[in-house]
Design a binder for this molecule. Structure first.
Ligand code: HSE
Length: 412
């Protein structure tokens, strides 16, 4: 079984190395012929690398080689990954990708192309790195109606928040450390602004609810504004701040989605998911809550998921794996501003007594949260669920110049 790998970065090189390392046991356990990497597509050269002789720079060699039946795409980004993947599918080659941007933006179209050409398009590694999550949703939980999927889907931001929580490191220092450790890019915005988590929740929501959710439909906030004061208040409230990506089916049949920092209760496993680990909670109407936890990124964890998909393609070379993945539509997505959500609010006030007196009037019952050594002029509290779209107006009408932080509180 000949395969080609497009993109010889961290994940692509992990795929080649893993296939070489475990080829015997994979063939034995999967009852499939051994795999052989025939080409590695990359514009760079890799002198001294064990696979340097396989590296080519001309994509047409792959697409025109009938011996290559499975192609791995680990290039990242939309172009030229999309163009190459589409051409491979049109030639009836199955494609496996770890590229979440490609799946989140072009998944519906590429699955259609796979169907038309009797090929497979698989993407287990696009969410949660090495954590099995696509196949469990698609197969193991198929008897359920999924009510909600939520999780920590970005390892870099979770590492930064963990450093802030456990070591009182500032956001800036924790980001620098994440960059030094190779987790965050030099331009870290895709991670810290929630864009990466947004793409991943789009893929999970589409699988859970059947219609393509595009990234622009998801209300997305990152973690740049989280301060150590907020981290301390979350601890004192009884939980932790996490970047939570969430998709929930409403009674209307619509789906509401968001990516944002949120207070999570200590009793929920998501609160104790630390460092670069990811965790995904699925709420099914038969199974209840299940949580998947593990390494959401990295060379071999991600290669583990990619190679599993390659094996699945090999097993289904004459058959297709079908996903319930229809084209989406705006009427399928609910406006996040209609969500009823509880919030933590931190104010810096010049007249604490007056502000305290206004709280009940504006929000009804509130829970004051304390932290040691808080400045005299600081006031933090949690409010009961309000319509998100009404909160800004309520806050602006009374506390306009006093708002320091506003963070969602999850109900788990
Ligand atoms: N930048 C991503 C993360 C890599 O930090 O989770 C895995 O998708």
């Amino acid at each position: 079984m000949y395969i080609a790998i497009m993109g010889y970065g961290v994940v692509g090189s992990g795929v080649a190395a893993l296939i070489r390392k475990n080829n015997e046991s994979i063939a034995k356990n999967s009852l499939q012929p051994k795999m052989e990497v025939k080409y590695i597509l990359d514009l760079r050269s890799f002198p001294g690398d064990p696979f340097e002789n396989l590296v080519i720079s001309d994509f047409t060699q792959i697409v025109n080689d009938d011996e290559v039946s499975i192609v791995v795409e680990t290039m990242g980004g939309i172009h030229p990954a999309y163009d190459f993947v589409l051409e491979c599918l049109k030639k009836g080659k199955s494609v496996v990708t770890s590229n979440k941007e490609l799946v989140a933006v072009k998944g519906c179209e590429l699955l259609k192309a796979a169907k038309e050409n009797n090929a497979n398009f698989l993407f287990e590694a696009s969410v949660g790195g090495g954590i099995p999550i696509i196949r469990p949703i698609h197969q193991c939980l198929a008897a359920n109606e999924i009510e909600e999927v939520a999780g920590i889907l970005n390892g870099t931001t979770n590492f930064i928040l963990t450093k802030m929580i456990n070591e009182s490191m500032t956001f800036e220092d924790a980001l620098l450390l994440a960059q030094q450790n190779g987790y965050a890019e030099r331009d870290p915005s895709a991670d810290i602004d929630g864009i990466d988590a947004c793409r991943k929740i789009c893929i999970l929501a589409t699988l859970c609810f059947g219609k393509h959710v595009y990234p622009e439909s998801v209300h997305t906030e990152g973690i740049r504004k989280i301060s150590l004061a907020d981290v301390e208040y979350a601890l004192s409230w009884g939980g932790a701040i996490k970047l939570i990506a969430r998709a929930k089916k409403l009674e209307s049949g619509k789906v509401t989605l968001s990516v944002s920092p949120a207070f999570v209760r200590k009793s929920c496993l998501l609160a104790s998911t630390d460092d670069v680990f990811n965790a995904v909670l699925i709420r099914g109407n038969a199974v209840g809550d299940v949580i998947f936890y593990g390494r959401g990124a990295g060379k071999f964890p991600t290669a583990s998921a990619v190679v599993a998909d390659v094996i699945d393609c090999a097993r289904h070379i004459e058959r297709r794996k079908v996903f319930g993945w229809e084209e989406g539509g705006e009427d399928f997505i609910a406006d996040y501003r209609d969500n009823e959500t509880a919030f933590y609010i931190r104010l810096i006030t010049s007249d604490k007594e007056k502000t305290l007196a206004s709280l009940a009037e504006v929000f009804g019952e509130t829970d004051i949260i304390n932290r040691s050594d808080a400045p005299e002029n600081e006031l933090a509290f949690a409010i009961k669920p309000v319509r998100e779209g009404d909160l800004g107006e309520k806050l602006a009408s009374v506390f306009a110049n006093e708002i320091a932080s506003v963070i969602r509180i999850t109900d788990y």
